[in-house]
Design a binder for this molecule. Structure first.
Ligand SMILES: [Mg+2]
Length: 210
């Protein structure tokens, strides 16, 4: 009788040990999955965010080569001729920033509305719209030119989070009541002003320079 008891307790302990071990393995597996999952942007995990906006230069596009064409033409910065050259050049020389592309794709997957707002002037702006629309699948009517500040537009469109490289973008976002998110500027960008990442206590997207 005792032998049976010992055998029974032995089997029970063995089974219990196996079950505990399986639980432990499952726990550590799920933990490591959570740890290695990349958090792209806080706007992708916040359920309140449904509409997002992006600045264009140095945020969506590495566009310094397009600006260099404008400057090389000899037309003064800000003239119609200058902007016509810049806005027509992106298709050939500007590059979509890879981290930003990933983030835009994730927002679209979630059914979020995506807007682009640039401080450029709308001279031959249709060419920039066509280029971005074809490359990233954003409807042309969601792309705006706002050379006199972006705050009003961010508010009017109901944008919940706004991505940009410049301090001014962070300021516009905060003024409009949107979440400010910083995209890092490429060190190769020819634009060096208005750039102090972290100075608005904003979230900074890691590895977003290129
Ligand atoms: Mg910019």
């Amino acid at each position: 009788m005792n032998k049976f008891k010992i055998l029974f307790v032995g089997i029970w302990l063995f089974l219990w040990g196996c079950a505990t071990q399986t639980q432990q393995v499952q726990f550590s597996k799920s933990q490591s999955i959570t740890q290695t999952q990349e958090v792209l942007s806080p706007a992708l995990t916040d359920p309140k965010v449904k509409e997002v906006g992006f600045d264009i230069d140095d945020t969506v596009l590495f566009s310094s080569p397009a600006f260099e064409r404008g400057f090389a033409s000899g037309n003064p910065y800000g003239s119609d001729e200058f902007w016509a050259i810049v806005n027509s050049s992106d298709k050939g020389v500007s590059k979509i920033k890879q981290k930003t592309r990933k983030i835009i794709e994730e927002h679209l997957k979630r059914g979020h509305k995506v807007y682009f707002i640039t401080a450029r002037r709308d001279v031959e702006g249709e060419k920039l719209k066509e280029f971005l629309s074809r490359e990233l699948g954003i409807p042309k009517q969601n792309i705006f030119f706002a050379p006199h500040g972006k705050t009003q537009l961010i508010k009017q469109l109901g944008i919940d989070a706004f991505y940009g490289d410049s301090d001014s973008d962070m300021r516009y976002a905060i003024e409009a009541g949107a979440m400010p998110i910083r995209i890092l500027r490429s060190p190769k960008s020819s634009y060096k002003r208005s750039y102090n990442p972290g100075s608005f206590d904003e979230f900074i997207i890691p590895d977003s320079e290129e």
